[in-house]
Ligand binder design. Sequence first.
Ligand code: FES
Length: 154
Amino acid sequence: MQGGGPDANIGAVLSSYARERDELIPMLQAVQASFGYISEQAVSEIACRLDISENDVYGVATFYTQFRFTRPGDHIVKVCQGTACHVRGGKRIMNEVCKLLGIRPGETTPDYKFSLERVACFGSCALSPVVVVDGKVYGRMTVEKVRQLLRAIE
Ligand code: FES
């Protein structure tokens, strides 16, 4: 994934797609795969190529939960708040992560290093409480372990 900034070349990503409405979802997927999110610039570029309004692009894109519209952090930290994790201290883990990163679930740190997400259940309840960082599952977390984990990434 590239960093997404103003220099990111959206045009190059979109150039292999036909300028047809059927290509809207594939275009959105390609942009997200390349930049990690759908920027305003990408929406306007897609709208222009397909000769539809930006509202139309947003209307379709927001229908699908797979698309995100803000630039994610370099590392995605997901803290499970499902029942099994909750009863084993998932809330304490979440509170600690919020404190360490200085953000709430759904937010990204100002330096774009971390994004924090709340998840309902990872399907790894036997390992609860669970934290997933960049797709890797860390089980039986404690406040101390999550501190070490985030420190190791920084
Ligand atoms: S409740 Fe957390 S992994 Fe299932």
